[in-house]
Design a binder for this molecule. Structure first.
Ligand code: 5RP
Length: 230
């Protein structure tokens, strides 16, 4: 798939997800290029057909996009239970386990995923894999980044501190933390690994999402249309 085809596939997935949103819904808004297409389409529906929704953005970046597209914003404080959420993923396996977090928004994304009744994951075909194997982003308390790194190494991971675009310091998340991208190779038991990482003091959240298969619907964008996996 070339770059233009990939962008077209992402747009198809995002638009399909946005078309599944109904009037009056509270909508979790993930972070990333694919979900931003969904937000673009939600904006069109709000302006064109008067769709009435409120979004809960998972990052400052998503909040800015929501504002740009005219999507009213609310908060998890106001709505601790969400009707539907739309988010991207970096990898999806056949059991609908996910790796997320290339956009460094995984902590809030997992909060929204946990709070929503239905989770629409929008991806292109390149994200669909037999076995999860991408580096797993782990949001860490800066105070504990070295001790968390050490513990991840003991789990046979190879953690690397994510650096900013200018390579002159770490990426700082919207929550004021660092990200360790931890390569575990092929992940035989994602649920077990997620639990192991969650047990490390200072590891605030990891990008493995293994507990939500029942509420996840994956929308795989293709060059022409979409395929739904649930
Ligand atoms: C951000 C994420 C993104 O949803 C994920 O990285 C996919 O992004 P994109 O749609 O740009 O490929 O998890 O934290």
């Amino acid at each position: 798939m070339n770059a233009a085809e990939q962008v077209g596939s992402k747009r198809n997935a995002g638009y399909r997800a946005a078309d599944m949103v109904e009037d009056g819904m509270i909508v979790g808004l993930g972070t990333g290029s694919t979900v931003f297409f969904a937000m673009e389409r939600l904006g069109e529906r709000i302006a064109g057909e008067g769709l009435s929704i409120a979004g809960i953005p998972t990052s400052y970046q998503a909040a800015l996009r929501a504002r740009q597209y005219g999507i009213p914003i609310t908060s998890l404080d106001e709505h601790p239970e969400i009707d539907i959420a739309i988010d991207g993923a970096d990898q999806v396996d056949p059991d609908l386990n996910l790796i997320k977090g290339r956009g460094a928004a995984l902590l809030r994304e997992k909060c929204v995923c946990d709070a929503t009744r239905r989770m629409l994951i929008v991806v292109d075909q390149t994200k669909m894999v037999d076995t999860l194997s991408a580096p797993v982003p782990v949001e860490v308390l800066p105070f504990a980044s070295a001790s968390v790194s050490r513990r991840l190494t003991l789990l046979d991971g190879r953690p690397v501190l994510r650096e900013g675009i200018k390579k002159d310091g770490p990426v700082i998340t919207d929550n004021g933390n660092f990200i360790l991208d931890c390569d575990f190779g092929a992940i035989a038991d994602p649920r077990h690994l997620e639990a192991e990482v969650a047990s490390i003091p200072g590891a605030l959240e990891c990008g493995l999402f293994t507990a939500y298969g029942e509420k996840i619907v994956v929308i795989v964008g293709e060059e022409k249309g979409c395929r739904i996996v649930s």
